[in-house]
Ligand binder design. Structure first.
Ligand SMILES: Cc1cc2nc3c(=O)[nH]c(=O)nc-3n(C[C@H](O)[C@H](O)[C@H](O)COP(=O)(O)OP(=O)(O)OC[C@H]3O[C@@H](n4cnc5c(N)ncnc54)[C@H](O)[C@@H]3O)c2cc1C
Length: 401
């Protein structure tokens, strides 16, 4: 049976992943009136996710392991996920008639494999009599003694409680700041990195599977990262680079002080490659090295270093051998900047020590709640950012029951 909450009229500011999901769950309680504000259609931010398939979570039962995928927010999320784990979320989706599956790499998608279908399926649950949708931008929120005034470009509305779910872009941080919340520094995360080595621009479109990358910055030695990379016309991209960009989101690097990225493109060690070269002494360099990496890559390294690919491997000199083996086992690239606009999430946000993880309510402004990317929480690629949205949205909605 629906329970009475002290709050009845609730404003949800932003109807993306977190705001939309919270609205669905809140509307299950017929005693609540929920009004969502957004300039876009509900859930439209989900459309490009997971390349149009929406990678909505990651299959890992151990919450302690799961939270390691968040460079910011790890500790806070331990509490959040203990109330609403990824498995609980999958059940919530199932209850909404949305089936999911886990791919070989543990990333979770809707069975439809379509963000578009997922959005339509979610939107159906907003067609309840206690839900209103205002296609308006919220420009100011005032807290009075017992209620909030939500000001849009058109009108001023009155609510008992406000849930801020404006994501990593837009004016949500400003709205929170005006309600006395501290906002940490904001930086782009999960982005491609521009590289200094112009000759690699010729490799645009070439990808490498499961490479190993080690990076050292002035401040920190970063953990070794594993995953796929992709060369683009000015940058390197792909999940493994996104991870590096997340781990270095608050580091400064540029032309004069680049971020040095050492990539191991092959599983073979230097010694193993040398042995293979010895065994294939009659074969051409090009032939043998093309076994380890795409031909375009090998051709590029050969050309850049004036090495003839048609030479037999027996004729290769020491310097040439070192260049070629290093290109495969320790390719050093200089990242000079982040590719503008390529970021998938914003690192930083509403400071977590001002929020109660058991309810997602503000500790300094009663009746104000938060969920999703507006918080100082961000994860790697793989479904972790959306999982933050689902779980924090669930906790907010539970706080009203
Ligand atoms: C291309 C791309 C692909 C991605 N793929 C994945 C993926 O596969 N898996 C994953 O886990 N994560 C992915 N992400 C990240 C994920 O989409 C976000 O972390 C998530 O959408 C954040 O949800 P949110 O509800 O906090 O904010 P959002 O989904 O961004 O929603 C915020 C909403 O608030 C509205 N809004 C903002 N300000 C106001 C205002 N003042 N008044 C009214 N409305 C306002 C906005 O219009 C928006 O609709 C991807 C992101 C991008 C950009």
């Amino acid at each position: 049976m629906a329970q009475e909450s002290t709050y009845k009229d609730i404003a949800v500011i932003g109807c993306g992943a977190a705001g939309g999901f919270a609205s669905i769950l809140l509307c299950k309680n017929p005693l609540l009136n929920v009004t969502a504000f957004d300039t876009n259609e509900p859930f439209s931010t989900l459309l490009p996710t997971g390349g149009g398939r929406c990678n909505l979570s990651y299959n890992e039962n151990d919450i302690k392991e799961f939270v390691k995928n968040y460079p910011r927010g790890e500790k806070f999320l331990l509490s959040v996920f203990s109330k609403c784990s990824p498995q609980n979320t999958i059940h919530l989706f199932k209850d909404l008639g949305i089936k999911t599956y886990s791919q070989e790499d543990n990333r979770i998608f809707p069975v439809s494999d379509s963000s578009k279908i997922l959005i339509n399926d979610l939107k159906k649950h907003l067609q309840t009599s206690n839900f209103k949708y205002k296609k308006e931008k919220v420009i100011e929120i005032y807290k009075n003694e017992n209620y909030f005034q939500v000001k849009t470009e058109n009108c001023i509305y009155k609510f008992d409680a406000v849930i801020l779910t404006t994501g990593g872009k837009g004016n949500g941080f400003e709205l929170a700041r005006k309600l006395s919340h501290k906002i940490s520094d904001l930086k782009p995360s999960l982005c491609a990195l521009n590289i200094k080595e112009k000759y690699f621009y010729n490799l645009a479109g070439i990808s490498f599977k499961n490479v190993e990358i080690s990076t050292k910055t002035k401040k920190n030695k970063l953990p070794t990262c594993y995953g796929d990379i992709l060369f683009t016309h000015t940058s390197i991209s792909g999940p493994c680079i996104f991870k590096i960009s997340a781990l270095t989101a608050f580091e400064d690097f540029d032309e004069n002080n680049p971020l040095i990225i050492n990539i191991k493109l092959t599983d073979y060690t230097q010694e193993e490659i040398e042995n293979i070269l010895k065994k294939n002494s009659k074969k051409t360099i090009k032939n043998v090295f093309s076994e380890f990496a795409p031909e375009n890559f090998i051709n590029l390294i050969l050309k850049e270093n004036n090495i003839s690919g048609s030479k037999q491997t027996a004729q290769i000199n020491k310097k040439e051998k070192t260049i070629l083996i290093n290109a495969l086992t320790n390719l050093s690239l200089n990242a000079v900047s982040r590719v503008k606009g390529s970021e998938i999430v914003t690192a930083g946000g509403v400071e977590l020590n001002e929020i109660n993880p058991k309810t997602m309510e503000s500790k300094i402004c009663k009746g104000l709640f938060f969920a999703g990317e507006i918080l100082n929480i961000d994860g790697f690629t793989g479904g972790f950012n959306l999982q933050n949205c689902w779980s924090t949205a669930y906790i907010v909605s539970s706080a009203f029951n």
